[in-house]
Design a protein around this ligand. Structure first.
Ligand code: NAD
Length: 493
């Protein structure tokens, strides 16, 4: 049974139930966590309020030193963290080793930029005044993460939030809380008590955090449906929100693309983490001239993807995260087939890969813009292909979406690349190299894909307020204070 983490030490839930955490590949129960209560959330927030009162006064250079220590601890614990991530989430271990390293790099990045980053001095409007701005932490940040990159998406919140002087209460996904608990126990335990806290559980625990009056900001990554609910609740008490939500990203292969790059690139961008990536290539547009060759090669490529338990080094693709997740993908594919889509590869569960939620990497053609696999987010390994006559039609269709998370294209033609970049609303636009992040560059969505940015300087500013300081270093009574009769001559007659 894993404990919550409150006030710098493990804590039992006051009255919470118990939730089994299941390995989605083997369906074995791997551990138990608490389903926290509203009382536990109140305890964690109270601890964070205390932690923040101390932490905000700690000099940035000392905060930086402690965050670098977190990065060192994460790298030292990569074997255990990556194994836990694999067992609870299903991703291949190699992807989870990468995830742990990206977390460490993110802590190193924010340790440095929070130390260097500064306010500004502003030209004054009168003599003997000084005007400047300083950046202050917001207070307590509620951090709610999804299941697909449990540590990374939590780190994108807590590294900048803590670096800026805030305290955090984390709520990992109810499906994948174990690596987050391990991270706080092994890699954040050297922080002053109360700076980092963890509660476990599902929607009700998240809601208690969103509604708590001492939580200054909710940093959320997850579905657009839940994000909308959180934004509405937070608005009722004017709490800040940072929302990283769903996406139905377009991917265009133009006719000049090198198929030796584009075919494996699209396959990776769609089937990575069994298609459970917010920025997966979910709507694929192929220009007619290369469509047949591309599809033939993609179908061949898909046959080389090895399914299995993520702890097996041969595995390229693990299971979907839950029975609910695989059921939803099956439903979306069967509705697309009923409306005329053709299955060229996959299209079914793969029992031979293991007892868990394995679904075959699937290629669907004759898909139309109205099909559920195009207008709903498909969080599974389904490559939905639309063939278009030329570059202009590809860009026009790709740009047609209510979402705006990412987009990726394959071309060396500057005109097409820049036209697509201009027309498609997306927080990240990848050309010939999909789904790569950079700690120093902002990440986030437009439209229904969210608001606010993580990473980069914007990711730090999400957790800071700007205070303007106005100083008059020669105190004197001003001519414009009361009484106004002294200014009567200024009024037009
Ligand atoms: P989800 O929205 O179901 O859950 C996300 C988190 O919210 C979980 O911790 C969950 O317990 C919590 N939650 C659920 N209901 C809540 C409520 N009413 N109040 C507060 N918290 C609540 O998402 P998921 O299935 O874990 O993840 C998949 C989704 O996340 C996809 O839509 C994907 O596109 C999106 N996602 C977005 C990004 C991004 O950066 N934009 C990254 C990864 C995943």
């Amino acid at each position: 049974m894993r404990q919550l983490w409150i006030g710098g030490r493990p804590a039992a839930s006051r009255a919470g139930g118990v939730r089994q955490i299941q390995d989605p590949a083997s369906l074995e129960s791997i551990d138990e966590v608490y389903e926290s209560t509203a009382d536990d959330v109140r305890g964690a927030v109270a601890s964070a309020v205390e932690g923040h009162a101390h932490w905000r006064r700690v000099p940035a250079v000392e905060r930086a030193r402690l965050l670098h220590e977190t990065a060192i601890a994460l790298r030292a614990d990569r074997a255990m963290l990556s194994e836990l991530l694999t067992r609870e989430g299903g991703k291949p271990r190699i992807e989870n080793l990468d995830e742990v390293e990206w977390c460490a790099a993110c802590f190193d990045y924010y340790a440095e930029i929070a130390r260097n980053s500064h306010g500004s001095s502003v030209p004054p409007v009168a003599e003997h005044q000084v005007n400047f701005t300083i950046k202050e932490p917001l207070g307590v940040i509620g951090c709610i993460a999804p299941f697909n990159y449990p540590l990374l998406l939590m780190t994108w919140k807590i590294a900048p939030a803590i670096a800026a002087g805030n305290a955090v209460v984390m709520k990992p996904s109810e499906l994948t809380p174990l690596a987050t608990l391990r991270m706080v126990e092994q890699c954040l335990q050297h922080l002053p008590a109360g700076v980092a806290n963890v509660v476990t559980g599902g929607a009700l625990v998240g809601e208690a955090l969103v509604d708590h009056p001492d939580v200054a900001c909710i940093a959320f990554t997850g579905s657009t449906t839940v994000g909308t609910r959180i934004a509405t609740r937070a608005a009722a008490r004017l709490a800040r929100v940072n929302l990283e939500l769903g996406g139905i990203d377009p991917c265009i292969v133009f006719e000049d693309a090198d198929l030796d790059v584009a075919v494996p690139g699209v396959a990776w961008a769609r089937f990575l983490n069994a298609g459970q990536v917010c920025t997966s290539a979910k709507r694929i547009y192929l220009v007619e001239a290369i469509a047949t060759a591309f599809i033939d090669r993609l179908v061949e490529h898909v046959k080389t993807i090895t399914l299995g338990h993520g702890l097996n080094p041969e595995t390229d693709m693990g299971p979907l995260v839950s029975a609910r997740a695989i059921g939803r993908v099956e439903d979306q594919v069967s509705r697309a087939i009923a409306q005329g889509a053709r299955v060229l590869a996959g299209g079914a569960r793969v029992p031979s890969a293991g007892p868990g939620h394995f679904y075959a990497p699937t290629v669907l053609t004759e898909v139309t813009p109205q099909h559920p696999v195009v207008c709903e987010e498909v969080f599974g390994p389904i490559a939905s292909i639309q063939v278009v006559k030329d570059a202009d039609e590809a860009i026009a269709l790709a740009a047609r979406s209510e979402y705006g998370l990412g987009a990726n294209i394959y071309t060396s033609n500057l005109t097409w690349a820049m036209k697509a970049m201009t027309e498609i609303k997306a927080g990240t636009f990848w050309i010939n190299d999909p789904l790569t992040d950079n700690d120093a560059a902002p990440f986030g969505g437009m439209r229904k894909s969210g608001m606010g940015r993580e990473l980069g300087e914007e990711g730090l500013d999400a957790f800071r307020e700007t205070k303007h300081v106005h100083l008059d270093f020669v105190p004197e009574k001003k001519s414009y204070w009361f009484p106004y009769r002294n200014r009567a001559a200024e009024i037009p007659q």
